[in-house]
Design a protein around this ligand. Structure first.
Ligand code: 0X9
Ligand code: ZN
Length: 328
């Protein structure tokens, strides 16, 4: 059973309601916040911050977990929410979790792309990946994003960050699944994460995606060369992959990318960012999600719970980083 007890994929309102309920249930440990930009269709994008005394925790380092940059990757939001439930349920019970809440802040944004997710999860355009940008520089009109002629439009939010934006592994075509947008951070949804990261000391970041059973670290683009933190970056990735049973590798070993979340965040801040690619399809039957979280007898890994705890613990005791003067 998952920490929340859920047995079906959440819809958008479930995420919002769950976060509000957690903030109500744990007022000293959970602070709900709204990011500064609404989505293109006008939705508020919210998250929760979890810590021991959340309202007086501003000096603590942050572990940031993100889900649903890509609309069809439903487990990415589920795992993000479940880790939040787990921390709150087992604070004071599990000594590792108690320590994490004492010494770190864990920030969750389970649905980075609410417009796309709403189309995919609720309106029947299941394979939607990108956001609802129909025409550069203009907001979509009501219902426009759901029209079949527009389904293939949109900006790939995981190509819109400024790290190496303009490089290979991203498209200039509005209908490509990897359309990078007209400029770096042209989209309110990616600007939200930029602002969030810029306002905190994010020492560790996991952005959840599906699929391929991978723990990916920088660089995302082969010609960028190894990061100055390669030794500690690899060590942490390998340590997490040893738990969840995934392959630990460079982002570019999957394929070159530019403009992804940590193509920006790592070089801009030095915080170690990872893309987790879960499972073997974009959104399998929900019954797979508990296995993704806790593991199962039939899969090699132990699920992602252990890997997530390791990432959170790295926030408290980060391996020593190089000082980055980045171009992010
Ligand atoms: O292409 C992507 O954005 C990610 N794969 S997905 O199937 N979820 O779309 C992989 C991006 C990984 N690369 C880096 N983070 N650099
Ligand atoms: Zn993805």
């Amino acid at each position: 059973t998952l920490p929340s007890g859920r047995t079906a994929y959440r819809q958008l309102a479930d995420y919002t309601n769950n976060m509000a309920a957690l903030a109500l249930q744990y007022p000293t440990k959970v602070k709900q916040f709204t990011l500064k930009n609404s989505s293109l269709e006008g939705r508020a994008i919210s998250g929760i911050e979890v810590s021991r005394d959340v309202n007086t925790s501003s000096g603590k380092p942050v572990f940031l977990m993100l889900g649903l940059h890509h609309a069809r990757e439903w487990p990415s939001g589920e795992l993000t929410m479940e880790f939040a439930y787990d921390l709150l349920k087992n604070d004071g019970v599990d000594s590792r979790i108690t320590n994490i809440l004492d010494k770190a802040r864990v920030i969750f944004v389970p649905v980075v792309n609410p417009d796309g997710f709403n189309l995919s999860r609720t309106l029947g355009y299941e394979m939607k990946r990108k956001n609802c940008r129909i025409t550069n520089g203009q907001l979509p009109s009501a219902g426009q994003c759901a029209q079949s002629a527009n389904q293939s439009r949109g900006v790939d939010l995981n190509r819109n960050y400024s790290g190496f934006w303009g490089g290979p592994g991203a498209s200039t075509s509005l209908t490509s699944e990897t359309y990078r947008g007209p400029s770096a951070f042209s989209e309110p949804e990616s600007r939200n994460i930029q602002a969030l990261v810029s306002a905190h000391q994010v020492t560790t970041l996991i952005t959840n995606h599906t699929y391929s059973n991978l723990v990916l670290r920088e660089p995302g683009y082969a010609s960028a060369g190894n990061t100055p933190d390669e030794a500690i970056y690899k060590a942490l990735g390998d340590q997490m992959a040893a738990q969840n049973g995934y392959e630990s590798q460079f982002g570019y070993e999957l394929y070159d990318t530019t403009g992804t979340t940590e193509d920006w965040s790592y070089y801009a801040t030095g915080g170690l960012g990872f893309t987790f690619e879960h499972g073997s399809s974009f959104h399998p039957a929900f019954s797979n999600v508990p296995n993704y979280y806790f593991g199962s007898g039939s899969t090699a890994g132990k699920g992602n719970r252990e890997a997530f705890l390791i990432a959170a613990e790295n926030t408290i005791n980060p391996a020593r980083h190089s000082v980055i003067t980045g171009s992010g």
